[in-house]
Design a protein around this ligand. Structure first.
Ligand SMILES: *[C@@H]1O[C@H](CO)[C@@H](O)[C@H](O)[C@H]1NC(C)=O
Ligand SMILES: *[C@@H]1O[C@H](CO)[C@@H](O)[C@H](O)[C@H]1NC(C)=O
Ligand SMILES: *[C@@H]1O[C@H](CO)[C@@H](O)[C@H](O)[C@H]1NC(C)=O
Ligand SMILES: *[C@@H]1O[C@H](CO)[C@@H](O)[C@H](O)[C@H]1NC(C)=O
Ligand SMILES: [Zn+2]
Length: 415
């Protein structure tokens, strides 16, 4: 008896060890600071490069000459020191970032189903897609865009009202960067608008196109950002390298590894061990290649508040740049009417953000030759967006899609 108990105890101990090894500890970001630092561009860039090379910086962005950054408590003296030395203006806006993360967490739903006042993990989003296809069997179906490293399906919803004609296809991709939570939320919001809005313009928007809409094309990373690390950006592939995952928006087969990307597996912009090393990008690219009549490809990111045109790694303009700029501007004008939020652009990323190679938009444009490709950087403050304001962003994007289509149609892109 005693011996059996002892065996049981040993077994339990082994099971616990195995669990401890496989379940990573939740990263709370307790006492991480949110900084804003202003100063001459070169000094700001040097500070970022120095910190990134020597320490871990979960998120940062440089807009105009303001650096926004989340800083671990132990790095505060170093940041303060450099700021003092270079006479940069630094201030801490948020003392404990874990409070923001906790605030964002899904409140218990009490069986209320899906909504647009909370952020949902991938299983809920997929269930929403399946439910929706059941609720609208005549005009929707669940589609599988590919697979993830951990074996999930990349699920989307096709909205294609019955028609004799073959309609132009519009493809929407969102959530390629896991931590950009506002993008899947906005995308499901847009799906709901297409299906339920009584606005005749939105109804026409639904009916005119064959929509292929994917709220989260990096489902493993997205799940990981919910359960382990809110600032996870990459996929979750494991190759026995120093760090897991690759940046799925640096992994596509166009100018791979040229600009704005890293060969360091621990970098946020790690381009992967080879072109299409990530099953998510590889499988989705195969889905896209098979699509006939693809007229427009839209990607959603956050939170630079910009509209980006191809190509992301070059300041040279594509042959229909003037059209894209005009269509993009009308799209932004439509969006602006909703909340008076001003987006930068339309312009290439190399001009207004940073050059970045190996992204999905560039590949679609170059390989699939799709003429209308846009990347929308949605809004966000302090690296987050309050869940209760998802509808605000959702209504804006719905109008942006409408404006995009209206102007593109005028210019003959759907003929
Ligand atoms: C950054 O500068 C541009 C151009 O000077 C301006 O349009 C934009 O509003 C500025 N953005 C912010 C966030 O201050
Ligand atoms: C701050 O800078 C001074 C002078 O460069 C240096 O001696 C000191 O070690 C620095 N402290 C930290 C925490 O980096
Ligand atoms: C950013 O965070 C600061 C500090 O919590 C807060 O005062 C500010 O309102 C936030 N900005 C926005 C636009 O939400
Ligand atoms: C899906 O539908 C079922 C049955 O109506 C419901 O209980 C569930 O809450 C729905 N889930 C989502 C995510 O909408
Ligand atoms: Zn992104």
């Amino acid at each position: 008896m005693g011996k059996m108990l002892c065996h049981a105890a040993i077994l339990l101990f082994i099971v616990q060890l195995a669990l401890a090894a496989s379940v990573e500890e939740y990263k709370s970001y307790k006492n991480y600071k949110y900084y804003e630092i202003e100063g001459p561009k070169d000094d700001i860039n040097a500070l970022v490069v120095f910190l990134q090379e020597n320490y871990e910086v979960p998120v940062f962005s440089i807009k105009n000459s303001t650096l926004s950054m989340i800083v671990a408590p132990e790095l505060v003296p170093i940041v303060e020191n450099i700021s003092n030395e270079k006479k940069l203006q630094s201030k801490i806006l948020i003392e404990d970032y874990s409070e923001i993360i906790n605030e964002e967490k899904l409140k218990p739903r009490n069986g209320l189903g899906f909504s647009w006042t909370a952020y949902y993990d991938i299983d809920d989003i997929n269930e929403y897609l399946r439910n929706t296809s059941k609720n609208y069997p005549k005009c929707t179906e669940v589609i599988v865009g590919g697979k993830s490293f951990e074996g999930r399906d990349i699920l989307g919803l096709r909205i294609n009202t019955p028609s004799d004609k073959k309609k132009p296809v519009i493809f929407i991709e969102s959530g390629i960067h896991a931590r950009e939570w506002i993008t899947p939320a906005t995308t499901t919001y847009f799906i709901n608008q297409l299906l339920t809005s009584e606005n005749p313009d939105i109804k026409a928007l639904k009916e005119e196109f064959d929509w292929h809409i994917f709220p989260s094309i990096n489902p493993d990373g997205y799940h990981y950002s919910h359960v382990t690390d809110r600032f996870w950006r990459k996929t979750r592939s494991k190759r026995g390298l120093e760090c897991d995952g690759a940046d799925p928006n640096r992994n596509w087969d166009h100018n791979w590894m040229h600009k704005g990307t890293s060969s360091n597996p621990c970098a946020q912009t790690f381009g992967g061990v080879k072109v299409f090393s990530e099953i998510e990008t590889k499988s989705l690219s195969e889905y896209i290649l098979k699509l006939e009549n693809l007229k427009a490809y839209i990607g959603f990111h956050s939170d630079a508040q910009m509209l980006l045109l191809p190509y992301s790694d070059s300041k040279q303009h594509v042959d229909n740049y003037d059209d894209l700029k005009r269509i993009g501007q009308v799209s932004l004008d439509y969006g602006y009417k909703v909340n008076q939020a001003k987006y930068e652009g339309p312009a290439t990323a190399a001009e207004i953000l940073y050059p970045a190679s190996g992204g999905s938009m560039d590949w679609v444009r170059h390989v699939k030759k799709t003429r209308l490709v846009f990347t929308y950087e949605l809004r966000g403050y302090n690296f987050t967006w309050p869940a209760k304001r998802i509808p605000e962003q959702g209504d804006e994007v719905t109008q942006m899609m409408l404006g995009m289509v209206v102007e593109a149609r005028k210019l003959g892109y759907f003929d």
